[in-house]
Design a protein around this ligand. Structure first.
Ligand SMILES: *[C@@H]1O[C@H](CO)[C@@H](O)[C@H](O)[C@H]1NC(C)=O
Ligand SMILES: *[C@@H]1O[C@H](CO)[C@@H](O)[C@H](O)[C@H]1NC(C)=O
Ligand SMILES: *[C@@H]1O[C@H](CO)[C@@H](O)[C@H](O)[C@H]1NC(C)=O
Length: 951
């Protein structure tokens, strides 16, 4: 390698030159705050601005503010402004305001930063200068959750968090129901056994904390040592949505400037934040690391589908009906990879919780984001979550000043969209499912008709085959001294369960308020009906109680019977004998109505043949009616004490009523509880010893956290990577090699190179854990590179994680072969076919090959994101000329390759490859711009950033 000084080889942000968009700076004057500066895109004087979708305006503002001529160019700003013409064409940079990490994916990024501190310190530079360049929040819940499932911790009736035990697993049903797999408590087999007794649960939790201590200590050190890093510790609460909300700022502030909040996160639920007008989506570990290092995310200027909401929501529809209804429309519309932005008069009918739930469904309809611009509802939401007044003032006046605030009723504000999908909220039908399978949806309005037809139909999913003459049978029976009658369709079990979907508080509150109004109207539930209330967690009881509806539920018979999924199955007390006898006597199709969504097949009771899933308020309604054979529009629910008919619509709470109660009791209490937990911390976290050092004290014995060797030869000067001489092909691969082949995430095979390493550290296979959990240890990850048993390497002609070490002719683990080549001074390349690196982005898929000594990958084509990662790690992505590939060039993979790289690299350059067998062919460098070239010259983004500190 040649050493040479390259003039201005590092494009440090040079504050000597004026910001190219200086002239757009405005000052925000507010009553309660100091004046703040901001970039006002309206001052571009371009009428196109007001036609841009709001989500695109966020991208534009970021480009203006971050324009530095290197990462972001003036041309990018123009391109975004020209969205209408260039959508789906231009590549644009986006610098999100902050990064959200979860522990699994966050570890490698933070380990790299810690290693960077070591590297600059060795060069005599103050390591304190190394910090993420934007606020980075790390939420520790992921790895623990996974480990916890083994523990089978059950939800605890523990509304305020208190000691916090179990909080990580417990799903406090934030108002924003969405992480449905988490809501309720049916994970981890929590039905029986030790998990239900508190002391062992606590032991279990502590054991897990101790098992994860190395990683937790590292996180705590990060939160103390780095600026711009904050960590939400493990036992604070895993409620992703609440954490997100706790962390969201809507308007960010830095160095005297205000700007819109935006985020990239390493979690697919990141998209839910768009419901609050905060642009954000999920990215891979390496992209989030790049953002932390100051590099923007690159994306194709997206198309934006406007989803126009019109009409009004039918009374009986709950949030769940709305969310599922809108999701269904979007799924049918085919909007893969696009932005969706909501507008139209219907938007204001959706609460902030509804919006985030819809936004969280993005993966269902495959949109990048579902964006709800900030409006009065959003503001009200932040007021309710006790946002400081000064902040609210800045939020509102800034967003209004740059036209990022909207009133969805004002059509004149509607931007242009790539296409518009109209959803009429009228068309969203409240439904129930049954009588035998959850997928058999029945609109509530058709319920009576549907049930009657089920009686007729032959026995099947939708049939009971009751002879016509027996369909009208009435069977009298005695219960506690009073005579009642049962008929087909009689409800005998009614269970309100806050489970999965139904953990949205507005839905549970609707049930509670309905109970209150019904009780006040003099309605009752017949005493022979087995009624029960199983809140998914203590939090549900807490807010039902706080909002004053719990006593009414209980007066109607809906008493809290316990927590956890045991109740989901409907483990209620047995039915009264007289009821069972009456059912048998009349061979009746008696009904159970419950608001769970799982365990549908697990029948409530043998003698109950029809089971319906309904929203919690409808469960209460059917219990009061005593039958599912009711048309709520035409028939009364029951009679009051004076014998007057009371209809469902008389007692169904309005949306406004529910929203009001929700905002006052639920939102506030969740936030208060969370804040106090965060302030208090937990004893385990608070007591954990962490050094106050600037440099991380790496523990040589740790098998989870190790200082990666990315900076081992860091010096001030760029050692421009010279030509690649006499390289061996480490692997000879075919088409569609995925990141999962390159860096498998699953368990560590007992005979793998990584296993040998871990065994040498005296770990037993039981303690290996997965590659995913060991991402903070480069030694494991490098050995795990290409360790997929599905790898098809043409050098060995069979499937498996092996390769041919050409000089010796031996077949070795890929790592061992690479190690030998490196020892003998051979550079390495990889030969591949089409779409190299497809599949999901994976941080180690580029880092691993780099540490194996791979200098270039020659392929027919690359997956774009992975190609960027290779460049980011200083590996050259080289493409065969069109029409050529390893076969057409008759390469065996056993020859050696020499690639001459000129001193002045340029993007998209043709290079010549000579082989030891005397062949010569051309490849093209897939560097897209001078930024790529700079990263490559510096040996990757990490070194580039570290070196910019040295200079
Ligand atoms: C923290 O992030 C902000 C961006 O919000 C950035 O301006 C600042 O320089 C960062 N702090 C450090 C110490 O890097
Ligand atoms: C989702 O979008 C991605 C990216 O646009 C696309 O590759 C994928 O095929 C889509 N999946 C579905 C199920 O539509
Ligand atoms: C409901 O709240 C009251 C006081 O606000 C409390 O005394 C009572 O124990 C609570 N009930 C339940 C079931 O949480």
């Amino acid at each position: 390698m040649k050493k040479l000084h390259v003039k201005c080889s590092v494009f440090v942000f040079c504050f000597c030159a004026a910001h190219p968009f200086n002239h757009l700076i405005d000052t925000l004057q507010t009553e309660k705050n100091k004046a703040k500066k901001y970039f006002n895109p309206q001052k571009l004087g371009d009428p196109k601005y007001e036609r841009l979708p709001f989500s695109i305006r966020v991208l534009l503002e970021a480009a203006i503010r971050k324009c530095d001529g290197f990462y972001v160019k003036q041309e990018d700003v123009q391109n975004i402004l020209n969205w209408e013409k260039l959508q789906n064409e231009a590549e644009i940079p986006f610098s999100p305001a902050r990064v959200l990490l979860q522990d699994f994916t966050g570890i490698p990024a933070l380990v790299d930063l810690a290693a960077m501190r070591d590297a600059v310190a060795k060069n005599g530079i103050d390591p304190n200068l190394i910090n993420p360049k934007c606020p980075t929040d790390l939420i520790v819940d992921h790895s623990l959750q996974i480990d916890f499932s083994k523990c089978a911790i059950q939800n605890a009736p523990n509304p305020g968090g208190g000691d916090g035990h179990g909080a990580t697993q417990r799903s406090v049903p934030g108002r924003l129901s969405s992480r449905s797999s988490q809501c309720g408590s049916s994970r981890g087999g929590c039905s029986k056994g030790s998990c239900s007794d508190a002391p062992s649960k606590q032991r279990c939790f502590e054991m897990e904390l101790i098992r994860n201590k190395e990683r937790l200590q590292f996180f705590k050190w990060c939160s103390k040592a780095f600026k711009n890093v904050s960590v939400v510790p493990p036992d604070i609460g895993s409620v992703h949505q609440v954490n997100l909300e706790y962390l969201s700022r809507v308007v960010q502030e830095s160095e005297g400037f205000v700007f819109p909040d935006s985020v990239v996160g390493t979690d697919s639920h990141t998209t839910m934040i768009n419901g609050l007008g905060i642009l954000g989506w999920g990215v891979g570990g390496i992209e989030s690391e790049a953002v932390m290092l100051g590099q923007p995310v690159s994306l194709t200027l997206p198309q934006v589908v406007g989803c126009k909401l019109v009409g009004s929501i039918s009374t009986l529809a709950t949030s769940i009906d709305i969310v599922l209804g809108i999701t269904k429309h979007l799924r049918q519309a085919g909007i893969s990879g696009k932005f969706v932005e909501f507008f139209g008069p219907g938007v204001s009918q959706l609460s902030a919780a509804d919006r985030t739930t819809i936004a969280n469904m993005c993966p269902e309809y495959n949109a990048t984001v579902s964006f709800f611009p900030v409006d009065e509802t959003t503001l009200k939401h932040f007021k309710q979550t006790n946002f400081a007044e000064e902040k609210l003032e800045v939020m509102e006046s800034y967003l209004k000043a740059v036209k990022l605030f909207r009133s969805s009723d004002d059509q004149a504000e509607d931007p242009h969209y790539s296409e518009v999908i109209e959803v009429n909220l009228n068309s969203i039908m409240p439904s129930v499912s049954g009588p035998k399978r959850p997928q058999d949806r029945v609109p509530v309005t058709c319920m009576k008709e549907d049930f009657l037809s089920c009686l007729n139909e032959k026995v099947g999913f939708k049939g009971f085959h009751i002879p016509r003459e027996k369909q009208g049978i009435l069977v009298p029976f005695q219960h506690e001294g009073t005579e009642y009658t049962l008929s087909h369709g009689s409800v005998v079990i009614a269970a309100v369960i806050s489970c999965t979907n139904n953990c949205n508080p507005s839905v549970m509150l609707t049930a509670g308020l309905l109970a209150k109004k019904a009780k006040e109207a003099g309605l009752t539930v017949k005493p022979y009906i087995r009624t029960s209330l199983a809140p998914g967690s203590g939090m549900v009881t807490h807010y039902l109680n706080a909002s004053g509806v719990l006593p009414y539920l209980s007066q109607l018979g809906f008493e809290v019977i316990g927590y956890g999924c045991a109740t989901c199955v409907g483990n209620t007390a047995p039915l009264p004998e007289s009821v069972v006898d009456a059912i048998k006597e009349g061979d009746l199709v008696a009904c159970g109505v419950l608001s769970g969504s799982r365990h549908f097949e697990g029948r409530l009771c043998d003698c109950v043949r029809a089971n319906y899933l309904a929203s919690p308020p409808l469960v209460v309604a059917y219990a009061i009616a005593g039958t599912v054979g009711i048309d709520f529009e035409k028939e009364p629910l029951g009679l009051n004490a004076e014998g007057k008919e009371v209809f469902l619509k008389d007692v169904w709470p309005s949306k406004e009523e529910v929203q009001d109660v929700e905002e006052h009791t639920v939102v506030a209490s969740i936030f208060r509880a969370l804040r106090s937990r965060i302030q208090k911390g937990s004893p385990f976290w608070n007591n954990m010893d962490v050094p106050d050092s600037v440099l991380f004290p790496w523990d040589p014995k740790s098998t989870y956290i190790r200082c990666p060797p990315f900076f081992s030869k860091l010096s001030k000067e760029v050692s421009v990577p010279g030509s690649i001489d006499n390289a061996h092909a480490l692997l000879f691969l075919g088409n569609k090699v995925t990141t999962d082949h390159i860096s498998p995430a699953g368990s560590i095979a007992r005979i793998s190179a990584a296993a040998k390493y871990l065994q040498s550290k005296r770990l037993t296979p039981r303690e290996f854990n997965s590659y995913g959990a060991r991402r903070g240890n480069d030694a494991v990850m490098t050995r795990g590179t290409f360790a997929s048993i599905k790898l098809q390497n043409r050098l060995i002609g069979k499937t498996g994680p092996k390769t041919l070490h050409v000089p010796s002719g031996q077949m070795l683990d890929v790592f061992e072969a690479a190690e030998r080549y490196q020892r003998d001074g051979f550079p390495l390349i990889i030969l591949a076919g089409k779409e190299y690196g497809s599949g999901s982005s994976r941080d180690w898929a580029a880092k691993g090959p780099y540490l194996l000594g791979v200098r270039a990958v020659i392929a027919e084509s690359f997956e774009k994101m992975h190609k960027n990662h290779l460049v980011g790690m200083g590996i050259a992505p080289l493409q065969f000329l069109p029409g050529q590939n390893a076969d057409s060039l008759e390469l065996s993979g056993k020859e050696r390759f020499s690639i001459s790289l000129p001193e002045e690299l340029t993007p998209q350059q043709e290079l010549t490859v000579l082989t030891s067998t005397g062949k010569s062919f051309s490849v093209v460098t897939l560097f897209e711009n001078e930024m790529d070239v700079a990263f490559y010259r510096h040996g990757g983004l990490l070194k580039y950033v570290a070196r910019s500190m040295l200079q």
